[in-house]
Ligand binder design. Structure first.
Ligand code: PLP
Length: 468
């Protein structure tokens, strides 16, 4: 009897707790369609049970309805989150194509080339072998070993597996680096024009994004070093550096890279070296800022399989840097995605350690595209570009061509070009907020997703339109 009363008491307490929980859940979720929801029934019961009289219960229900039927709140910090506005160009191109028009896709930073067959076969095998469960947050040991050896050897540096944290792509390295080194209110230097996610992530995590700029030269774009130095303050915590740059295809001379390293060392800055295009080159040899004296211990390298192995959709990359920060980035992995897809990592091992003819072939396909694009652009009156040794982008000066056609707005120029020729491209505006004093107009042509013959045909149409 005593036990039964005790049991009944426990039951009542549990029921009360359950109802309170339902009430709390309702408050947290802000459910609006109360009557349709099981939880809402429990919540109404909860309201009733906590009010002695029906009137009080009604009041409470009205309060709940009013409170949770209003517009849903989204976190304020989201207003600081940027995006890749270049995706809007893809939508406009798709819309134009859906109306029966031919489109020449120079806007894509993606590739229309297949991943090397040995890499695909390695993934198939990994799945067949059951590599389908969770794995270590920092990545599987064979991939960390392979990346440490390969990335180190190509840069003349020693890395061990403890320096390597595998990521689902190169992009996540940006946010994880920023979260690891930047306090809210700190300043972070980033290239502008540049990959738009730098600015987005700095601001999203409460920092101040401080742009630095480039100067056009006859052979490409050079960093405005004086300007960069002038932007360093006591609040500057880190510098994001993207040699072999998107969208400029800028490549630092040895002196320029050394000057950037000197600034980083003199001001005790962390450096994120975005090396997404390190091996996407047609001539010459890539250098990493991490290789310069005093830099390895302050630099995190963004490594990606996306371009070298035409694996943009696989999502495989790595952060490579000092162990202290690598450990923190691994902890962020645990919180964010647990691990990068297990079988994809085994494909990455094959990519790094297996037959290298696949990536070499990709470069061989891209080289004639670059040449076709450079030659065709430079044949268009009022447009010019240098011939980059790396990446798959041309940042084309179109100032005179726009003026000839009567345009002052580069966005309007891009839309008119699409509608008159089918040539689709991003503009300078897709790569960061234009800086005060910018007088020249630029577009970015990507030749990774379009064949050499289509390049020649599309840019031929663009020329006819500009000349008309
Ligand atoms: N960094 C730069 C400069 C890029 O251009 C890109 C992609 O286009 C990335 C990073 C991100 O690469 P991933 O596709 O591996 O995330």
């Amino acid at each position: 009897m005593v036990n039964m009363t005790h049991g009944a008491n426990i039951h009542v307490r549990l029921r009360t707790l359950e109802l309170r929980l339902a009430h709390v859940r309702l408050r947290c979720s802000g459910i609006s369609g109360l009557s349709k929801n099981v939880e809402s029934v429990a919540a109404r019961e909860a309201v009733r049970s906590t009010c002695a009289h029906g009137r009080a219960a009604r009041c409470a229900r009205v309060h709940v309805y009013k409170k949770y039927n209003r517009a849903m709140h989204l976190a304020t910090r989201l207003s600081n989150l940027g995006t890749e506005t270049a995706f809007a160009v893809s939508l406009a191109a798709a819309d134009w194509a859906s109306k029966g028009n031919r489109v020449f896709p120079f806007h894509l930073g993606d590739m229309n080339l297949p991943t090397p067959a040995n890499v695909v076969a390695a993934m198939d095998k990994a799945i067949a072998d059951g590599k389908t469960g969770y794995c270590a947050a920092a990545g599987i040991a064979p991939l960390r070993d392979a990346l440490a050896a390969d990335v180190g050897a190509r840069r003349g540096l020693q890395y061990g597996p403890g320096n390597v944290v595998v990521q689902p792509g190169g992009k996540p390295v940006i946010g994880k680096f920023i979260q690891s080194v930047m306090e809210p209110g700190d300043e972070v230097l980033y290239p502008n024009p540049g990959y738009p996610i730098y600015e987005s992530q700095i601001e999203y995590f409460g920092g101040t994004a401080v742009p630095y700029r480039y100067i056009e030269t006859p052979t490409g774009f050079a960093l405005d070093l004086e300007y960069l130095a002038s932007k360093i303050t006591p609040r500057t915590r880190a510098l994001i550096y993207n040699d072999l740059q998107n969208p400029l295809s800028a490549e630092s001379s040895a002196a320029e890279m050394q000057a950037v390293a000197d600034l980083a060392i003199a001001n005790n800055l962390w450096v994120l070296s975005d090396e997404a295009y390190f091996e996407m080159r047609y001539s010459g040899t890539s250098q990493s800022i991490a290789s310069l004296p005093g830099m390895q211990d302050r630099t995190v390298i963004l490594y990606t399989f996306s371009k070298k192995f035409a694996m943009t959709g696989w999502r495989l990359g790595a952060a490579i840097g000092p162990t202290a920060i690598a450990e923190m980035i691994a902890k962020l992995n645990t919180n964010d995605e647990s691990c990068t897809a297990h079988f994809v990592q085994w494909a990455g091992v094959e990519g790094i350690t297996g037959d290298q003819s696949g990536p070499a072939e990709l470069v061989n396909i891209l080289r004639p595209r670059r040449d076709a694009a450079v030659d065709a652009v430079n044949a268009i009156p009022g447009m010019h570009t240098a011939r980059p040794d790396a990446t798959f982008y041309l940042f084309v000066n179109v100032t005179q061509a726009m003026a000839n056609k009567g345009f002052s707005d580069v966005g309007e120029f891009a839309t008119a070009a699409l509608h008159n020729t089918g040539v689709s491209f991003c503009t300078r505006r897709h790569f960061g907020r234009p800086q005060p004093g910018e007088a020249e107009q630029y577009i970015r042509l990507a030749y990774s997703g379009i064949s050499a013959s289509d390049i020649t045909e599309g840019l031929g149409l663009l020329r006819q339109w500009v000349e008309a």
